[in-house]
Design a protein. Structure first.
Length: 148
């Protein structure tokens, strides 16, 4: 449930050559399941374009997949604050916060992500794990049915 397909590959033209090159390299590494190396390249792109929600989402996804939840949270927080309508960032921040053990906040960002895109399974899966107790069973069903 974490492919790059949920990043509308926004217009990356304004990123500049170096950042675009690092992103492409990160994509190639991620496709080979080399998430730590991908996170390194995406991190270099993020250093050049720290405000870009697509770059932050790519970095956060690779960081999460290589066990660096706190780094994912740190990259996503400012972007979710400046781009609150960008659903992939909110969904990823919910997952990263859950992975970092920050459950109440993970739940809050999952709710925000669902408001933006109710069809993404990831935030429903977060709520199934850390959401309000009475809603967990329903969210687990949504997580399962949307993940198919």
């Amino acid at each position: 449930a974490m492919g790059a397909q949920d990043d509308d590959t926004a217009d990356l033209a304004e990123l500049g050559d170096e950042a675009r090159w690092r992103l492409r390299l990160g994509d190639l590494l991620a496709a080979r399941q080399r998430h730590g190396a991908a996170a390194h390249e995406y991190g270099a792109a993020l250093a050049i374009a720290p405000e870009d929600p697509v770059v932050a989402a790519r970095f956060a996804r690779a960081a999460l997949q290589s066990g660096q939840a706190e780094r994912a949270v740190a990259a996503l927080r400012p972007v979710v604050a400046t781009h609150p309508e960008y659903a992939p960032s909110a969904a990823l921040l919910a997952r990263a916060l859950e992975a970092a053990g920050v459950e109440a906040e993970a739940s809050a960002f999952a709710v925000q992500a669902i408001r933006l895109n109710p069809f993404d399974p990831a935030p429903h899966c977060v709520l199934a794990a850390v959401g309000p107790e009475p809603q967990r069973a329903d969210e687990a069903q949504r997580c399962a049915s949307l993940s198919r």
